[in-house]
Write a protein that binds this ligand. Sequence first.
Ligand code: ATP
Ligand code: MG
Length: 633
Amino acid sequence: MSSSTSYKEFYQQSIDQPDAFWREQAKLIDWHKPFEQTCDFSRPPFAKWFVGGETNLCYNAVDRHAAKRPNDKALIFISTETDTEQVYTFAELQREVERMAAIYQSLGVTKGDRVLIYMPMIAEACFAMLACARIGAIHSVVFGGFASGSLATRIDDAQPKLMVTADAGMRGGKAVPYKHLVDEACALAQTPPQKVLIVDRGLDKGFPKVAGRDVDYAELRAQHLDAQVPVTWLESSEPSYILYTSGTTGKPKGVQRDTGGYAVALASTMKHIYCGGEGETMFSTSDIGWVVGHSYIIYGPLLAGMATIMYEGTPLRPDAGIWWQIVEKYKVNVMFSAPTAARVLKKQDPAYMHKYDLSSLKHLFLAGEPLDQPTHEWIMGELKIPVIDNYWQTETGWPILSTVRGVEDTKLKFGSPSFPVYGYNLKIFREDGSVCDANEKGIVGIVPPLPPGCLSTVWGDDDRFVKTYFSLFTEPQVYSSFDWGIKDDEGYHFILGRTDDVINVAGHRLGTREIEEAVQGHSAIAEVAVVGVNDALKGQMPMAFAVVKDAARVATPELRQQLEKEVMAKVDESLGAIARPSRVHFVTGLPKTRSGKLLRRSLQALAEGRDAGDMTTIEDPSSLEQIKQALAG
Ligand code: ATP
Ligand code: MG
């Protein structure tokens, strides 16, 4: 892969000559009208990319490939829940998107209108997103796991003209109602949509219909089978979508994405980071409700002319080999998942992985939360391919820290997402605004302008955009990631946790991530969460909740005590006694959102005897019960 340019040079050019650099990247997409200016940063911190240029995301993701390679695979829909597999070529995908776009138009949706998509992982969800892009409507995809209250908040913020949903999704063999929740949310919302378009999968027979508001997708599709809907060209900075952040740390923010910058950024990452192109297949195990789903299930792979897999199901059904079976069957070249999924698989028999021919697979990318060293080492050892840690955020839409293998095959370090990605003028800052030395912990910040594709603002709230992200120090104006990080002597970066995940023990500031890494250093531990708990004497004390690999290790109170001592000793050894958890509770699962993010706030609340808070997206509610019992015991 390595060419004559080193990554260092490539990166430096992106920072020193952004104009020339991004002009070159902009060639990766088709422009209806060329842009006049690469970046307009006359109103910092707001940046506009490829000013005056006109393009369209759907055209670049679908039409241009359909014109050249109509019969190549574009979308592969697999549901192990309903036992369905359906492959759409680029020509077929374009036809379906045009039908959906015609339906939208028949319902009065035009450029700039919002369409809220609340759907399971089915092909129609992909059509629904691309149809918005085609006609310049702004989609707001809300993760199907959110309950009606959270959905209502997002309805009121985005004020959609139309909502698209399905009767139900399926998870672990059980139907999960969607339409029903939409009805509830519409009743709660101040500004409910005029129309609700329903894909009836026949999973929730007899769901109630609201006359005059609810319309049936199959019925309308039949009326628009031959629809031809030309693309609406958008000025580069016109919005493509709104996506709310996960809400791990409070009220979710509506990230507003542009059109041209996003298209260029994604196309460039497909080339340089994910190394995927025409005729190849990408499998991202995320959900369209998250940013990874937007960027690397839908837009990224399709922009690059790859086939993309949409998978409805869990990693463990019918058995822990299902992902690898899919890799073999569809000759997947690039795979993208989350560290939490890797940890789930680590608890299974590796034979499931080795049963299949995985020789098509070039890389596995993991993102969304810290990838601990033991898991990183384990999965790379099993797969025998590079496993690449990506650090990024809903806000940025694409990786901030990564190995950029399309430019240079730099060495990987376990536990590190490597280097700042081109375009990001990233530095680690002290709290006074000065820049940290190597090996000194600080806040990960980005000197604006943010590169193309990052959030242009917070939907409907420019003020909140500036106040939330750019108010770390008065001088210089820097984008704050709200994450702690460190850069080592060789320029490798490590993320040490969120700035609000710091524990203050008797005046010592400790990152929860560091303590978690130390606990994980004990070979019996599969997974751990550390939170700070109020302590009358020391301010706060770390408390650990750990999942063991082998339940036999904690089968009796004596064994539990023994292991707890060993874990504490491990922390003493790597960080010092100051970081030693006051208690190590052993549980069989940790409370997480369905996107795999640890609900640390809730753990902390429970440990401090408070209410766990909003739990609507929790993956496994029984994990909370266990925590309560462990704390009581
Ligand atoms: P909210 O901002 O609403 O509280 P969130 O931050 O969880 O929610 P996301 O944008 O989905 O929402 O997550 C981004 C965050 O996830 C990062 O800021 C970082 O804390 C964490 N993260 C993502 N990737 C990595 C990684 N590779 N290593 C460590 N942490 C990561
Ligand atoms: Mg965040």
